[in-house]
Every structure is written in structure tokens, then in C-alpha cells.
Design a protein around this ligand. Structure first.
Ligand code: NAP
Length: 310
């Protein structure tokens, strides 16, 4: 395949993120031609639509790659089918509902000779690389993560997010972890408390204490009950000043002075990377953020809190 030929791609699970990000990113890229979509209800204009990935792959065999954008609990079966049909696979975040299923997908991709990409969109927020460089050249004294948003505003009517494997507040929280695992030293969970509404099977808040190999504590607060200003912040006290990476990685300030802030282009960047992976025959599957979430569920104390109603 030469870089002049667009990759024929199909999209699966047509919901909010497909409409908000995938379709505009694909439409703006000469690397791709979107040739089909598969979803039980959602439709994409001007291309053939199918009720399932099985039907799509059978009817449109020229598809070379698929983007899997359904909720995480349903990603593995679709990914397995696509990889076994020798299609390159782009996984929305989180790449799966368990660590071991994604490990299996990695093995399958290798066996079938196709590319697998576990995308972490927040890692490509505009100020993340600047934060990584700043921290790499500093002595970090302390760090903290605070991701507080209003679930009613960002996840209206998303029932899957409250079911087992839907991750609850770790659905946005894993975005924080995808940045933290990229810019902070390696860490593990020392303790965790997860707050489950009494009528839900996923947490609405989480209080997690990470510890680095050097013994530095990194507390993480996740809360879905935040009204008013929303916060998606990573802070660090360093020998070169106080760092604030805010807006989910959009803006970097040191001692209150903004040092990096550019236009957001996370999904165009993800699709550029995926095209590179496909054309160079490589995969990119970093499980560190997913492993931390699994560990929080494994080690965390479970508190039952007030019922949540939409
Ligand atoms: P969503 O609006 O609920 O859309 C997901 C779509 O997947 C649904 O519309 C549904 O379409 C399809 N689907 C297939 N099987 C399903 C099942 N068994 N149950 C429910 N839906 C099923 O969710 P989303 O916000 O797009 O999120 C999808 C993924 O993208 C999640 O992993 C999320 O973490 C990630 N993501 C979301 C955002 C965001 O801002 N929303 C941002 C970045 C990443 P059909 O009914 O037509 O099958």
C-alpha cells in the first residue's frame, strides 16, 4: 500500500463520539476513505449502513480497517472478528473491558499480520507533550490529579456507562490516566476508595492514591457530581515551579503563566498515527491506563453512596 492510496475504513458503533469526532476527522483526512458503517440504530449519511459488523464485513470485503466506537463491553467480540478477517483495528478508549481481552487482541493482530491501535485521545491534547518535557527536565516534589465533571452534562442517557464494564467515573478518569502514565514517573496504586450509588453498578466518584517507585504519593480525585466549573487538571510542584496542566491537557501553565496552549486536534492526530501504523505494519497498544483502572477495582474499598437519577 502506498501513502497515495486512502485506507478503506468502516466505522462501528455510531453514537456521540463518532458524530463529534470520528466523522469530521475522517472527512478531513486524505489518508482514508470511509466506505461503510455498522450500528444497530445509528446511521452515517451517503455510505452503506449495516446492522452489525458481521454484515458490514461480508457485504464490503474491500474494507481494510475498522474503527470500533461502541461501549467497551462490546469491543472485544467486534475486534476479534475484524482481526480474524485481517482488518486493521482502531480501538476507541478504553480499548476493552478487561486487560486480558486486549492482550489477546494484541496476540491476534500479530498472528494475522495486521495493525492494532489502542487509541488514547487525551494523550494527544495540545499541551501534553509540553508537560511531559517540562516534567522530564524537573525534579518533581509532588503531583496530583483532579478530574471533576457533571455526568448529566457529558453522559446524558448513556446507560452502558453505569453497568459492569462501563467504568463509571473511570470512563473520563482513564483519560486522566492516559496522560498521567505518559508524563509522570511509573506508579502503582497504594489504596483506593470507590463510591457506588446504591442504584448503580459503577462508581460515581473515586479517591485513588498512587505511589511512584521513589515513594512519592500522587492522589487522584475523580468525581461525576461536579456542577459549576468543571476540572480536568494534573498539578505538580517541581524545582522549576508549580505546573498546572488543565482542560484535559489543553493548557500548560508554570507558576501561573501559560506556556503552552494550542488548538485541539486529538482525533486528526489519532487518525494520522493509525495511518502510520497501518502503512508501516506496526501496532500500538499501551495497556497502562487500563491496568490502573483494573487495579483500582481490585484494591479499592467500595462505599455505597446516595442513589443517582438522571
Ligand atoms: P454512545 O453515544 O452511547 O455511542 C456508542 C454507540 O455504540 C451507541 O450509540 C450504539 O449505537 C453502539 N452500541 C453497540 N453496541 C451497543 C450496546 N450493546 N449497548 C450500547 N450501545 C451499543 O457512546 P459514546 O459517547 O460515543 O462512547 C463510545 C466510546 O467512545 C466509549 O468507549 C467512550 O469512552 C468513548 N469516548 C467517548 C467520548 C465522548 O465525549 N462521548 C469521548 C472520547 C471517547 P447503536 O445503538 O446504533 O448500535
Amino acid at each position: 500500500m502506498t501513502s497515495a492510496q486512502p485506507i478503506r475504513i468502516g466505522i462501528v458503533g455510531v453514537g456521540k463520539i463518532v458524530r463529534d469526532q470520528h466523522l469530521p476527522a475522517l472527512a478531513a483526512s486524505s489518508n482514508y476513505r470511509l466506505v461503510a458503517a455498522a450500528s444497530r440504530h445509528g446511521k452515517v449519511d451517503d455510505i452503506p449502513n449495516f446492522p452489525s459488523i458481521e454484515a458490514m464485513l461480508e457485504a464490503v470485503p474491500e474494507i481494510e480497517a475498522v474503527s470500533l466506537c461502541m461501549p467497551p463491553q462490546f469491543r472485544y467480540d467486534a475486534a476479534r472478528l475484524a482481526l480474524e478477517a485481517r482488518k486493521h483495528v482502531f480501538l476507541e478508549k478504553p480499548p476493552g473491558a478487561t486487560v486480558s481481552e486486549v492482550e489477546h487482541l494484541k496476540t491476534l493482530a500479530r498472528r494475522e499480520g495486521v495493525s492494532l491501535f489502542a487509541s488514547w485521545h487525551s494523550r494527544y491534547a495540545p499541551a501534553v507533550e509540553a508537560a511531559r518535557s517540562f516534567l522530564a527536565s524537573s525534579r518533581i516534589r509532588s503531583a496530583a490529579i483532579s478530574w471533576k465533571e457533571d455526568v448529566r452534562r457529558w453522559h446524558p442517557n448513556q446507560e452502558w456507562i453505569w453497568t459492569p464494564g462501563g467504568f463509571g467515573v473511570f470512563d473520563p478518569g482513564i483519560n486522566a490516566l492516559s496522560i498521567a502514565t505518559h508524563i509522570l514517573p511509573p506508579m502503582h496504586i497504594a489504596s483506593a476508595e470507590l463510591d457506588f450509588p446504591e442504584n448503580r453498578d459503577a462508581p460515581i466518584a473515586a479517591h485513588v492514591l498512587f505511589r511512584t517507585a521513589d515513594g512519592m504519593d500522587v492522589p487522584m480525585e475523580l468525581d461525576w457530581r461536579q456542577t459549576g466549573p468543571q476540572s480536568w487538571d494534573i498539578t505538580a510542584e517541581t524545582d522549576k515551579g508549580a505546573m498546572l496542566l488543565s482542560g484535559g491537557g489543553a493548557r500548560l501553565a508554570v507558576d501561573g503563566k501559560v506556556v503552552a496552549e494550542e488548538k485541539e486536534a486529538e482525533y486528526p492526530e489519532l487518525y494520522r498515527l493509525f495511518a502510520d501504523l497501518v502503512r508501516s505494519g506496526r501496532s500500538d497498544v499501551d495497556l497502562a491506563p487500563l491496568q490502573h483502572v483494573a487495579d483500582a477495582f481490585m484494591l479499592g474499598r467500595r462505599n455505597v453512596v446516595e442513589a443517582f437519577h438522571d
